[in-house]
Design a protein around this ligand. Sequence first.
Ligand code: HEM
Length: 174
Amino acid sequence: MEVMTQQPGNAAATLSWGVKQSLRAYVTLAQGAIEASEGAVRAADGGFTFPAAPGDGLTLGADGRPEGVGRFVGEARFEAHGGMLKIFLADPRLEIGPAGAILSVADTRARDRRVELARLDLAAATIGDDGAWVIPASAARNGWQVLGDHYPASTPLDPVHLKLAPTEPVSGSA
Ligand code: HEM
């Protein structure tokens, strides 16, 4: 596999994710609504871009891959079929540890519940043209709680694009 290089960085700048392209196409075809707010914006490719929570970020591990916990802010909503289809997800969190990488989201406006929405395959990640990590994703076991029961566990979702902010080496306490 290709050797990956990326500018050194210790903060995650943005997480861009389309959730599932076929879902976006379906909601659009059903003349529903797809919206981003609270910091998230719709990206040119139709996905969502979530900025990193202030002061937070992932680090680059010894192997040059991101590790740790990255918290992002913003809301994404899908609505169609007169409100019968309603999907809400907010404040995605990327947790990368020895056991793998998980993307969780809050699935209520009150942020009083988080659900593991996707499992990410960091070993299969590549670097895109824009320098972002492109990480394959699939529905996690509890993903149905957010996306509904059309997508069983392991259903491929859109790859997550993770862009790290290049920063000066950190020394001393902030
Ligand atoms: C007005 C009634 C509805 C009709 C006629 C309808 C029709 C369809 C059709 C024809 C498909 C494509 C099936 C396939 O490719 O296998 C589909 C997929 C889907 N439907 Fe509906 N549906 C309706 C209501 C709903 C509701 C109420 C929800 C959510 C609660 C929903 C969620 C979905 C989802 C998530 C998919 C999969 C989209 C994808 O990723 O391709 N539908 N529906």
